[in-house]
Design a protein around this ligand. Structure first.
Ligand SMILES: [Zn+2]
Length: 114
């Protein structure tokens, strides 16, 4: 499953950050999933609960937020798309660039420090 490899790299990132700050463990992890990233929040949470065992994020709470798709168009339009169609809502071209919503990002990480 796609989500397992995502969670595994997320946990690597979290553990590296926890070590960098010389903290004991991660307590809260907030991620934002782009609507076009193809990541399913429920599957991600499920994979997290399986993969977190034995890691520095074992006790952490995972919060999943959704990031809507934002585009930038040659006509000057910048903003969300309409009806989940990947075209400019102003001029109708499909030649637009996504500026958000294509990936998953680690938004916030809280950790326990001794
Ligand atoms: Zn446009």
């Amino acid at each position: 499953m796609h989500e397992f490899s995502i969670v595994s790299s997320l946990l690597d990132l979290v553990e590296a950050d926890v070590r960098k700050h010389e903290a004991k463990a991660a307590t809260r992890i907030v991620v934002r999933i782009g609507e076009m990233s193809g990541v399913v929040a429920e599957l991600l949470t499920e994979a997290f609960h399986v993969c977190k065992r034995g890691t520095l994020a074992e006790q952490a709470e995972l919060v999943v937020e959704k990031q809507e798709v934002l585009i930038s168009c040659g006509c000057g339009y910048k903003g969300p798309i309409k009806d989940r169609r990947f075209i400019c809502p102003v001029c109708g071209t499909a030649d637009v660039e996504a500026t958000a919503g294509e990936e998953m990002i680690l938004q916030q990480l809280e950790m326990e420090v001794e």
